[in-house]
Design a protein around this ligand. Structure first.
Ligand SMILES: Cc1cc2nc3c(=O)[nH]c(=O)nc-3n(C[C@H](O)[C@H](O)[C@H](O)COP(=O)(O)OP(=O)(O)OC[C@H]3O[C@@H](n4cnc5c(N)ncnc54)[C@H](O)[C@@H]3O)c2cc1C
Length: 362
């Protein structure tokens, strides 16, 4: 799997030409790579998250799933890992940490697609696998504090070195907050002068190894943990100087800071998908259930984002949708080719695409 570029990296200027562009790297977007691969169509994949897996990775990575055919039980994380292995033969290019902002028909009939970091694609076919939408960081709900965004208030780390020598407050109680607090308290390079982890209660939700590391750093005084809920803020001129906190006992206190890094989770937003001229039904993209094509020929929608009579938002339904969409995409990529049904068990052509040996007939 090729991943490029990371969040905050310089924009790619010249457009990337591709037969297929998949918007969304949730389970269905990942399986779309596989089904397109079986049709000998290579894909680029974009996701606004910095990692693949969509809801499975973001919302229930450690919870069990029991209704994937042939897999009696696996966690969200395990399913994503298995999908990654399954699609590996098709060498898709992943562009993570960037949201697809625009999709327009180009003069030659292909699609011009642009992302939030400036990556541009020219695609013959587009597969919208946007799920419940693009995941965005939940904002800190303190009226007026957003004016410090990008200066002293951040929801993701674009440049870790920018916090060197500062009093950094990391707000949140989950994996992201703990991972970054641990990173900044342990790094040898461009370390903040002081790292404070701010959470509403003295309980954290993270992997056991992460919790152990936090306890060590807390014990060593490298991370200070402050328990409280932000209720306001104070400024020194144009600078954000202090957060006003309510302690668990209801009393009030303040916390001085230079920089505030907030990890209060992510919430999905349909976002730009609604602006692409696709026919919608209650914020879902209407498709033909025989082909999963949208109202725009050459643009398909699969997974939770699509709507048709009887649609169920289940992973296995998304896998079916991705399969039929891949068949329907073939004439757009190669008008001379007919998409024939072949079995992975017995087709030498599919074996070649999968990079496996065809068993001998003896
Ligand atoms: C707690 C929970 C438990 C669940 N358990 C099960 C279960 O047991 N079995 C089951 O079948 N289903 C289950 N589901 C439902 C299942 O997770 C969804 O059906 C599935 O994730 C849909 O996959 P998807 O790929 O369509 O979308 P998603 O998983 O939502 O992925 C969509 C991706 O698209 C990205 N995206 C959206 N818009 C853009 C854009 N403009 N630019 C770039 N990226 C974009 C998003 O960031 C996201 O990563 C569960 C859901 C939840 C919340």
């Amino acid at each position: 799997m090729t991943v490029s570029p990371s969040p905050g990296a310089p924009a790619v200027v010249s457009p990337i030409e591709t037969d297929a562009l998949i918007i969304g790297a949730g389970p269905v977007g990942l399986f779309q790579v596989f089904e397109l691969g079986l049709q000998d169509i290579r894909a680029h994949v974009v996701d606004s998250l910095p990692h693949v897996g969509g809801q499975c990775a973001e919302l229930y990575a450690d919870k069990p799933i029991y209704d994937i055919p042939g897999v009696p039980v696996c966690t969200g994380r395990e399913l994503v890992e298995r999908l990654r292995q399954q699609i590996a033969p098709f060498g898709a290019n992943f562009h993570l940490g960037q949201e697809v902002r625009s999709l327009e028909r180009a003069a030659d009939g292909r699609f011009d697609v642009a992302t939030s970091t400036g990556t541009r694609f020219v695609a013959r076919t587009v597969f919208v696998a946007g799920g419940v939408g693009s995941f965005q960081p939940k904002a800190l709900r303190l009226p007026g504090i957003e004016r410090f965004a990008g200066r002293q208030l951040f929801y993701r780390v674009a440049d870790a070195a920018a916090f060197a020598g500062q009093h950094l407050v990391v707000a949140g109680g989950g994996d992201s907050a703990l991972d970054w607090a641990i990173h900044f308290a342990s790094t040898d390079q461009a370390r903040p002068a002081r790292v404070t982890l701010l959470h509403r209660r003295d309980e954290f939700r993270a992997l056991p190894a992460t919790l152990r590391r936090l306890a060590e750093l807390r014990e060593a005084g490298a991370v200070e943990v402050v328990i409280g809920q932000p209720t306001g803020f104070e400024t020194d001129g144009e600078r954000l100087a202090r957060l006003v906190l309510m302690r668990p006992d209801g009393s009030s206190t303040t916390l001085a800071l230079d920089t505030l890094l907030v990890f209060h989770g992510l919430s999905p937003k349909l976002g730009p998908i609604a602006e692409w001229g696709l026919e919608l039904d209650h914020k879902l993209v209407t498709v033909n259930p025989a082909t999963f094509e949208t109202s725009t020929p050459g643009v398909f929608a699969v997974g939770d984002i699509c709507h048709y009579p009887g649609k169920r938002k289940l992973i296995l339904c998304g896998f079916h949708e991705a399969t039929l969409a891949a068949f329907a995409a073939v004439p757009y990529v190669d008008p001379e080719r007919r998409a024939l049904l072949q079995y992975t068990t017995s087709s030498p052509q599919l074996h070649r695409l999968l990079g496996v040996e065809t068993p001998s007939q003896d």
